[in-house]
Design a protein around this ligand. Structure first.
Ligand code: SF4
Length: 386
């Protein structure tokens, strides 16, 4: 509603249309690359009459190629990468007993909320970039070099369920990684105005090498996806037993697991920023080690860039579609994603290496300042031309 838009601290509810930037880049004959987030494939069907179509992503890939995109990659590939890196970060913190609980950092709505409201916890946020920014960094700094393309000639279009991602891409520390973010709704506008019927476009695979993803990476599109992906990596690396999950209330779930050497891991999955405040009060009581936070109800499937209506019933339906998409993926864990492992072998060396830190990690800012006894909020810079 208008009131929510006016007060949203995250930018997730800001309306902005960036379609013209995509057309302009194509006119300028840039090397246009697209990347599609997992939650988009669960919702765009609502606008285009593809109810429950598990190959929607493949149809979109083909459509984007038909209108001039040179390559289309899968953000789920980068979700595997992020989960892999983040699991190793958590394992290291657990061993050292520092910066716990670790909070996920994939959701820019949550990150900005934390910068404004919980600056004392910023060291606890995972320093791993979101999948959008991690893939942007890999494409502009590794892929461009491998392909012999000047990164300035690449125009990277990120297709997201989320308007907060537009602001994330504009954060100064990420400058130039992603050129424009368009939402599910904006993509459906492009498809409709092209005159193509998506249903009649046969699906084709994402491009290599960033087109492969595991069930874990795909599950980033809904609440619990990041946490369960990190657990999968931990299970593969150190072995987990007695994994039990219980729902505390709508939007808050607790999972307990035991490592092979007998240490207990307590994880919380929370969606909705109102619920975050409740969880913050319970961190000590619940002895929490790791927290996944998603600002939107049910995670990215309920994002601000998704089609309307965007109510609970629709979100549950999107989760079901995404579960089906996840269910037919042959790879289960990020550790099975051989293209991701090749990226480490050939470029990043190892999780948390110097190279990984340069490409995949970031820092956060305290945006809460006390001035004359009042709290002054320091907003993210907004480009007035947009
Ligand atoms: Fe964006 Fe997903 Fe966070 Fe919502 S939950 S603000 S859609 S990243």
């Amino acid at each position: 509603c208008g009131q929510c838009v006016a007060h949203c601290p995250t930018g997730a509810l800001t309306f902005r249309n960036d379609i013209q930037k995509v057309y302009k880049a194509m006119e300028e004959e840039k090397f246009v690359i697209g990347m599609i987030a997992p939650a988009v494939r669960a919702s765009i069907q609502e606008e285009l009459g593809l109810d429950g179509d598990v190959v929607t992503a493949g149809r979109i890939v083909n459509f984007l190629k038909m209108i001039g995109f040179k390559k289309v990659f899968d953000v789920s590939f980068a979700a595997d990468l992020v989960a892999y890196e983040e699991a190793h970060e958590f394992k290291e913190r657990l061993e050292r007993g520092e910066k716990l609980p670790q909070f996920t950092s994939c959701c820019p709505g949550w990150v900005k909320f934390a910068e404004h409201n919980y600056p004392e916890l910023l060291d606890n946020l995972s320093s791993v970039k979101s999948p959008q920014q991690a893939l942007g960094s890999v494409i502009k700094r590794i892929y461009a070099k491998e392909m012999g393309i000047d990164p300035k000639d690449i125009f990277l279009v990120s297709i997201m369920p989320c308007t907060a991602k537009k602001f994330e891409a504009e954060r100064e520390e990420f400058a130039g990684e992603v050129d424009v973010v368009i939402t599910t709704k904006e993509l459906s506008q492009i498809i409709r105005s092209s005159g193509f019927d998506l249903k009649s476009i046969p699906p084709i695979p994402f491009d290599r090498p960033y087109g492969l993803s595991s069930q874990a990476g795909l599950s980033f599109g809904k609440t619990g996806g990041v946490f369960s992906s990190v657990l999968k990596v931990l299970n593969d690396e150190i072995g987990l037993e007695n994994v039990e999950t219980k729902e505390v209330e709508k939007g808050i779930r607790i999972t307990n697991a035991t490592t092979k050497d007998g240490k207990t891991i307590n994880g919380v999955v929370v969606f909705g920023l109102g619920n975050v405040r409740k969880v913050m009060e319970k961190l000590n009581d619940w002895n929490v080690d790791i927290v996944e936070v998603m600002a939107c109800d049910y995670g990215c499937i309920g994002g601000g860039g998704q089609p309307y209506p965007n109510d609970t019933e629709i979100r549950i339906k999107r989760a079901k579609i995404l579960n089906e998409v996840v269910g037919i993926d042959v790879l289960i864990s990020p550790t099975e994603n051989y293209h991701m492992l090749s990226l480490y072998e050939n470029h990043l060396k190892a999780p948390l290496s110097h190279e990984s830190h340069k490409l995949l990690h970031t820092t956060y800012k305290n945006r809460k300042r006390i001035k004359n006894g009042d709290i002054e909020i320091i907003p993210l810079p907004v480009d007035e031309d947009k």
